[in-house]
Design a protein. Structure first.
Length: 522
């Protein structure tokens, strides 16, 4: 054996093969051969296993500490039978995997199951998703259309909206068909549908077609959703039309906001709770197999806390079907008034509904796991003053991009791609990175190091991204879009900045007063 061969084998032997457990809801992303991820749970949890990027990668998944079952989902499958889901129930449960070629790239194949890991096919066969908003005015939304970008309130084919007058699905057109026959609302406002349509356009729902059937009614209380009442009758007519149109091959998610008006009206909490449970039982009967997602009440009034407690108790008693969506948002700009979310807040809340829905659909989404995040329930990367957070490892050997919203909510944030996980501070030293950008005062700037920036690259972009394709060259480029990703324009090239790099991490670096940056991946 040659000296060089010995060195190679010694290097393999001495390398750290441990891949950190990303935690509840995290994405496990092997980037090399012979790695192991040992998971630790503190309750029933889930993980997503990213598809491999080449054949022949050996990888081990093991439940190290059993605080509850861990469900791991591999979207492209774990075996030839098409199983996509593995449940690790006991400490020591272990799967040995190898990556193999697949019709659409690569997938994992189980080599050995050394414990009692249960396999199933999940719900990956369905190609359609029906989302049914239910409840009070926040389902239709009080967020101003005038705060949105023009492309966000134009006709949008990515989300099919049930026109409640014709009872036919058509392209979402905010201001035209989103709040028809919704008590208390008109054509000047919107709700979760805008943020949802953005997430569909960003690719969060993979190849699923998403349908939206609005059933909410403003100012409603639980007593107004009685059998035979006007609101429940409209719910039945609208959902019947949606079910008839979709026919088969679809999942159902019911997004609920109900309780603010009961709190205002002084509905006895016990009555609210029992009535809500009865309403949920009727929804489940009309929409078999649905998952129901219920947001907590805002903390703008102390009287709301008891109703939020009731919501948590309702969900805890039926955890197989119900989910809690935390409604408290970190910034005052997220609320239009004490009871309604703003344009910005509605997008953030919609992202939480999306994340929870995706987890139940066994879809990985497009978000990144971050080392520090203010808003743990969305894909918004948030950090404190002059501080940074780093993402999970990103594979550069496959062409891709990372993108973010470049509107005012990103003000003062830099999104940079770097080779390490070390923290960096804007203005401290000369730490350099592969490349990055930041929006400031309505313009987009490029940067490759602290204290370094190019001239303005673009005025008023809606989205911006860092893109690479090492099969072509080692460049990292900045592109921006003014129409929500329909078209992209090259703004700057970091020439040969990725030479020798096979992995990277995204970093967000905040300036004083910065809030958050909505980040997603290809």
């Amino acid at each position: 054996m040659s000296v060089n061969a010995r060195r190679i084998l010694n290097a393999i032997r001495d390398a750290d093969h441990a891949l950190n457990d990303p935690g509840p809801g995290g994405r496990i992303e092997p980037f090399g051969d012979l790695q192991i991820c040992e998971m630790v749970t503190t309750g029933a949890e889930s993980r997503t296993l990213a598809d491999p990027t080449q054949a022949g990668i050996r990888f081990t998944l093991r439940l190290k500490t059993d605080g509850g079952d861990c469900t791991v989902t591999a979207v492209s499958g774990l075996d030839a039978d098409g199983n996509t889901q593995a449940v690790f129930a006991d400490s020591g449960d272990l799967l040995e995997l190898i990556s193999v070629s697949h019709t659409n790239g690569y997938r994992w194949e189980i080599v050995a199951n050394n414990g009692s890991v249960a396999l199933s096919g999940g719900s990956a066969a369905n190609t359609k998703l029906l989302i049914v908003p239910f409840g009070e005015s926040n389902t239709g939304g009080y967020a101003l259309n005038s705060d949105a970008e023009s492309w966000e309130i134009a006709s949008r084919a990515e989300l099919q909206m049930l026109n409640v007058s014709s009872l036919l699905f058509e392209n979402l057109d905010i201001g035209t068909n989103n709040n028809l026959d919704h008590a208390g609302l008109n054509s000047t406002t919107h709700g979760w549908e805008l943020g949802l349509a953005n997430r569909v356009r960003q690719g969060y729902f993979s190849d699923r077609t998403v349908y939206y059937c609005q059933t909410g009614q403003g100012a409603s209380t639980v007593s107004q959703w009685n059998v035979g009442g006007a609101y429940w009758t409209k719910f039945l007519a609208r959902t019947a039309a949606a079910k008839s149109a979709l026919a088969s091959g679809y999942d159902v998610a019911v997004w609920v906001s109900l309780g603010i008006n009961d709190a205002i009206a002084g509905t006895v909490v016990a009555t609210y709770k029992s009535s809500f449970i009865e309403i949920i039982s009727r929804i489940k009967a009309e929409l078999p197999g649905c998952k129901i997602y219920i947001n907590t009440l805002p903390t703008t009034s102390g009287s709301y806390a008891a109703y939020t407690t009731a919501i948590r108790e309702i969900v805890a008693a039926d955890s197989a079907s119900l989910r809690v969506i935390e409604s408290e948002l970190p910034v005052a700009l997220d609320m239009r008034d004490a009871n309604h979310w703003s344009y910005r807040g509605m997008k953030r809340l919609s992202a939480r509904y999306v994340d929870s829905t995706l987890a139940d659909l066994l879809l990985a989404g497009k978000g990144l796991t971050w080392s520090a995040r203010e808003d743990a329930n969305t894909n918004y990367a948030t950090v404190g003053n002059q501080h940074s957070s780093a993402s999970e490892v990103i594979d550069l050997t496959t062409a891709g991009y990372v993108a973010c919203s470049a509107r005012a909510e990103g003000q003062g944030h830099i999104l940079a791609m770097d080779s390490d996980i070390n923290e960096v501070n804007w203005g401290a030293g000369s730490d350099s990175y592969f490349g990055g950008f930041y929006p400031f005062n309505g313009s987009l700037y490029g940067t490759a190091a602290n204290n370094s920036a190019t001239a303005a690259l673009n005025t008023n972009p809606s989205w911006a991204r860092l893109r690479w394709d090492k099969s072509v060259n080692d460049n990292l480029v900045i592109e921006s879009s003014t129409d929500g990703g329909s078209t992209w324009t090259l703004r700057h090239t970091f020439t040969n900045s990725l030479v020798g790099a096979t992995t990277a991490r995204l970093k967000t670096i905040s300036a004083v007063g910065a809030s958050e940056m909505d980040v997603w991946r290809s």
